[in-house]
Design a protein around this ligand. Structure first.
Ligand SMILES: [Zn+2]
Length: 148
């Protein structure tokens, strides 16, 4: 017996209801269990088999997004560089161990200066810049990909 549109619809609905292939074959009559399975595969319905079956072969859902969800990355808030008493920024001449050494600007330019904020304990950088400096490689790559 061939597959008419009506029979295909019947097969689809029985399959999505979660009936087994042999059960469907019995309900529809005139076809074997193998014919049901073959047709289900050709229709691309196999992956959407009944709930208890798909539970066992369920694929991990959207890995890209779930990975992000597991590593919450609060945005880095970069503060303005400090301004020294004389109105200038921290430079190579005025920088010291109690100042964040995050470079700002082009070292070849006169305006080049350092962040100069209070560094984090055990780091040459302030909180925000320490986080920026040690950002996971993957995150950086993702960012450059977005820019490019
Ligand atoms: Zn800093």
């Amino acid at each position: 017996m061939g597959w008419t549109d009506d029979r295909i619809e019947q097969l689809k609905s029985l399959w999505t209801e979660g009936l087994s292939a042999s059960h469907i074959a019995r309900v529809m009559g005139g076809i074997s269990r193998n014919a049901v399975i073959g047709k289900v595969h050709r229709l691309g319905l196999a992956g959407r088999a009944s709930a208890p079956r798909s539970e066992r072969v369920r694929l991990p859902a959207a890995p890209r997004f779930s990975m992000r969800a597991h590593i919450p990355q609060p945005p880095i808030v970069e503060e303005e560089p400090i301004v020294l008493e004389d109105g200038s920024f921290a430079t190579v001449l005025t920088i010291n161990d109690r100042m964040c050494r995050w470079p700002i600007g082009d070292p070849a330019e006169n305006e080049f200066h350092f962040c100069g904020r209070k560094p984090k304990t055990g780091s040459p950088y302030c909180e925000a810049h320490a986080r920026k400096a040690y950002q996971p490689q993957q995150l950086r790559r993702e960012k450059s990909r977005m820019v490019g």
